[in-house]
Design a protein around this ligand. Structure first.
Ligand SMILES: N[C@@H](CCC(=O)N[C@@H](CS)C(=O)NCC(=O)O)C(=O)O
Length: 243
């Protein structure tokens, strides 16, 4: 951990006073951006940011790989730890913030079973949502060759996981509709929602139709409910756009 910074590490990263986020405003970047903005509203949390452009492959350079061997944004470093502590993977970064910067569990839970509920919905999107919707974007937009089998497989899988979120939010099997993914009763806005929302809100950009989305009325209302939050708007806003 002592050698996470080298000469090539940008000064703004190694000299940051405390929390520093290296990001680009993609759905993965936005998840952590939104949580930091929420923490600012509750606790006045401060951090600094380095915006990178992943198309230049900055994230594959040694200075970056020393912080995140996976070479992907976002990365959160905390220079207030001794030695400085880097975290990779959005959900782990959010759980780091929950542990060290959200002392009242404002966006988490104190009850142990609700904590597990929050973990399971965060993991669900991390492992079973983001990778599929990411592949939809890749095979429909980025891939040089259009492969119908791959497009159909990942579109269907993404619609299936949207259906899982719809089951949870509609209360189909519990007779208790929820406003948020995790927590007792109607649920509570938490890192599970912040992890999931930046992807799902992009359903149209991922090529899903209004007709297809009609199957998920509770999910669509959840998208609007979260979109109305000022911190969410800032977390996806101009402060994170490359100039
Ligand atoms: N599982 C990772 C995924 C991170 C990820 O895929 N980041 C993308 C941008 S959204 C990236 O950095 N891509 C550039 C690359 O793969 O070189 C997380 O949740 O943090």
């Amino acid at each position: 951990m002592a050698h996470i910074y080298i000469d090539e590490t940008p000064a703004e990263v190694k000299n940051a006073k405390g929390l520093h986020l290296i990001t680009q405003s993609t759905p993965n970047g936005q998840a952590v951006q939104i949580y930091l903005e929420e923490l600012k509203d509750v606790y006045g949390t401060e951090w600094t940011t380095t915006l990178i452009n992943i198309s230049t492959n900055e994230q594959k350079k040694e200075w970056f790989l020393r912080l995140d061997p996976n070479g992907r944004i976002p990365v959160l470093v905390d220079n207030s730890q001794s030695p400085p502590f880097p975290t990779m993977e959005t959900s782990a970064e959010m759980f780091y913030l929950l542990k060290f910067y959200d002392k009242n569990d404002e966006f988490g839970f104190k009850d142990e079973l609700e904590r597990i509920d929050c973990l399971q919905w965060t993991f669900f999107w991390h492992g079973s949502g983001a990778p599929y919707q990411g592949q939809v974007n890749h095979f429909t937009r980025a891939a040089k060759e259009k492969i119908p089998y791959a497009i159909e497989r990942y579109r269907n899988e993404t619609l299936r996981v949207y259906g899982v979120l719809e089951i949870q939010l509609s209360g189909k099997y519990t007779d208790e509709p929820k406003e948020y993914l995790a927590g007792k009763g109607k649920g509570k806005y938490s890192v599970a929602d912040m992890k999931t929302w930046p992807w799902v809100k992009n359903w149209e950009r991922s090529g899903f139709t209004q007709e297809e989305m009609k199957e998920f009325p509770h999910l669509l209302k959840w998208i609007d409910r979260i979109a109305a939050r000022p911190a969410v708007q800032r977390g996806c806003g101009s402060a994170y756009q490359q100039s």
